[in-house]
Design a protein around this ligand. Structure first.
Ligand code: AMP
Length: 430
C-alpha cells in the first residue's frame, strides 16, 4: 500500500516525504479511507503506531478547502500538554504546504493571548480538555466543528477528564464526525465510545493490549536494594546511548536520580511535581542528547515521543498493568526495533504475571551475573505465601474468606462460627 493509493493529496504527500514516511503503517492504511469517508471511528492503536498521521492526514485533506465565516472546524483532545504539543508539531509539519490555521490550547500559557489568536481565526484546535473548557466558558464556540478527535482516550479517562469530555460533547453540533483512539480497551473507554460515537467503524490494529512485535522484552530478577546498582551497570557496561527509565512514584524517581548521579551518570527527571515548562525543557535536552538517562513517572511520561528511542527500562513495574503497554510503547516506534527491560524484585515476580496476562505473552526472566537475587530473600516461603494472597486479594480474584462484624473489623472463619452460635443462643434465650 502507498499513501498515493490511499488517495492522499499532493501537498500532504510532499510534506510526509520530507519527514521520511515511505509507506503507511497499518493504522494509517485502515483509518485514512474511513476518515476521508466521514465515518466515525473507534480505533485501538498502540503508542508509536503512527496514529497521529492516521487521523491528521485525512483531517487536513478534508479541511483543505477554506470556508468563509467559519469558526473552529476540528478539535483534537489529548490528555497532556506534552502530547498536545507533539500532535501540534506533527500537524504543522503535515500542513506545511497548505493554508490551514492550527492552534494549541494547553495550560501554562496566557489565556488572553490565546483568546486573541482564536479571534483572528483558527480551524484546528489541539487542546487538553480542561483548557478547552475554560475557553468555551468564556465564549469559544464549537458550532462549526466537523471533526472531533479524542486521542489516548483511555488515559484521558484515567486522568479524570470524564466530566470535562461529558461537558464538551453536547456543545458540538449534532452532525459531526468523531474519531476515538485508545491504546487499551477498557470498560470506561467502551462507555465513552457509546456516548460519543455514531455507528463507528472499528479498527483494531493489534491484539488487545499487546505490545509492539518489534520490542524485545526481558525481565531481570534482582534484589530491591540492588536495583539502582544494576541499572547503572547495564547502562555503563552495555553502553546504552539513550535510556528512558520508569519508576512508580515521584519519590523513587528522585531517589534513583541521586543514586545514578553518584555513579557518574548524567540524568534528567520528569514527574508530576516538575512544572510543565521544566518537563518540556528536560525532554528537549534529552532529545538533543545533553544526557542519556531520563527518569520518568507514568503520568508525566505520557505523550513523550522520542524518535528512535532504543531502550525503555522499568526500574519498577507500573501499578496498573495497562501502563506497561504505554511505557514500552515509547520504544520500537513505527516499526523500529527496541528493547524493554524490567528490573523485578521478589514482590514484582507476582505483578509481572498480570502484565503477561494482559499482553498475552510471557516475558522471559533472567539474572545478570553478579546481581543474582539473594536466595534467602527469595526463599522466605511465609512471605511469599502472604504476598501471593495479598496480591490476589488486591486484584479482586480471591473469594472473601472473611466477614466483617459491626465494628468493621475482619473476622476469621472460626470467629464467624462462634458469632453465629452466639446469635443462635441469644435468639433461643430471647
Ligand atoms: P505516533 O504513533 O503518531 O506518535 O507516531 C510515532 C512515530 O512514527 C512518530 O515519530 C512519527 O513521525 C512516525 N511515523 C508515523 N507514521 C510513519 C510512517 N508512515 N513512516 C515512518 N514513520 C512514521
Amino acid at each position: 500500500m502507498s499513501f498515493e493509493k490511499l488517495g492522499i493529496i499532493k501537498p500532504l504527500l510532499s510534506a510526509i516525504k520530507e519527514m521520511g514516511y515511505e509507506k503507511p503503517t497499518t493504522i494509517q492504511t485502515r483509518a485514512i479511507p474511513l476518515v476521508l469517508a466521514k465515518s466515525d471511528i473507534f480505533a485501538t492503536a498502540q503508542t508509536g503506531t503512527g496514529k497521529t498521521a492516521a487521523f491528521g492526514l485525512p483531517l487536513l485533506q478534508r479541511l483543505r478547502k477554506p470556508l468563509e465565516n467559519k469558526g473552529v472546524r476540528a478539535v483534537i483532545l489529548s490528555p497532556t500538554r506534552e502530547l498536545s504539543i507533539q500532535i501540534y508539531e506533527d500537524i504543522e509539519k503535515y500542513a506545511k504546504n497548505m493554508k490551514i490555521k492550527t492552534m494549541i490550547l494547553v495550560g501554562g500559557k496566557d489565556l488572553e493571548k490565546q483568546r486573541k489568536k482564536i479571534k483572528e481565526g483558527v480551524e484546528i484546535i489541539i487542546a487538553t480538555p480542561g483548557r478547552l473548557l475554560e475557553h468555551m466558558e468564556s465564549g469559544l464556540s464549537l458550532n462549526d466543528v466537523e471533526t472531533f478527535i479524542l486521542d489516548e482516550a483511555d488515559r484521558m479517562l484515567d486522568m479524570g477528564f470524564t466530566k470535562d469530555i461529558r461537558k464538551i460533547h453536547p456543545l458540538l453540533p449534532k452532525r459531526h464526525q468523531t474519531l476515538l483512539f485508545s491504546a487499551t480497551f477498557s470498560e470506561k473507554v467502551r462507555k465513552l465510545s457509546k456516548l460519543v460515537l455514531t455507528k463507528p467503524a472499528f479498527i483494531e490494529t493489534a491484539k488487545k493490549n499487546t505490545t509492539v512485535d518489534t520490542i524485545n522484552q526481558i525481565a531481570y530478577l534482582v534484589d530491591t536494594k540492588r536495583k539502582a546498582e544494576l541499572l547503572a551497570y547495564l547502562i555503563g557496561s552495555r553502553n546504552y546511548p539513550q535510556v528512558l527509565v520508569f519508576t512508580r512514584t515521584k519519590a523513587s524517581a528522585d531517589e534513583l536520580v541521586i543514586e545514578l548521579k553518584k555513579d557518574g551518570l548524567k540524568c534528567g527527571i520528569i514527574h508530576g511535581d516538575k512544572t510543565k515548562a521544566n518537563r518540556l525543557k528536560t525532554l528537549t535536552q534529552f532529545k538533543e542528547g545533553n544526557f542519556k538517562v531520563l527518569v520518568a513517572t507514568d503520568i508525566a511520561s505520557r505523550g513523550l515521543d522520542i524518535e528512535h528511542l532504543p531502550y525503555v527500562i522499568n526500574y519498577e513495574l507500573p501499578s496498573v498493568p495497562e501502563d506497561y503497554v504505554h511505557r514500552v510503547g515509547r520504544t520500537g516506534r513505527a516499526g523500529r526495533e527496541g528493547e524493554a527491560i524490567s528490573l523485578i524484585d521478589v514482590y514484582e515476580k507476582y505483578e509481572i504475571r498480570d502484565i503477561e496476562k494482559l499482553i498475552g505473552q510471557k516475558i522471559p526472566q533472567e539474572t545478570v551475573d553478579g546481581f543474582e537475587p539473594d536466595p534467602t530473600i527469595r526463599r522466605k516461603d511465609v512471605d511469599e505465601v502472604k504476598l501471593k494472597a495479598e496480591h490476589k486479594r488486591s486484584s479482586g480474584k480471591k473469594e472473601r474468606k472473611y466477614n466483617t462484624n459491626t465494628s468493621g473489623m475482619p473476622q476469621t472463619r472460626k470467629q464467624v462460627k462462634v458469632t453465629k452460635k452466639k446469635r443462635k443462643t441469644t435468639k433461643r434465650d430471647g
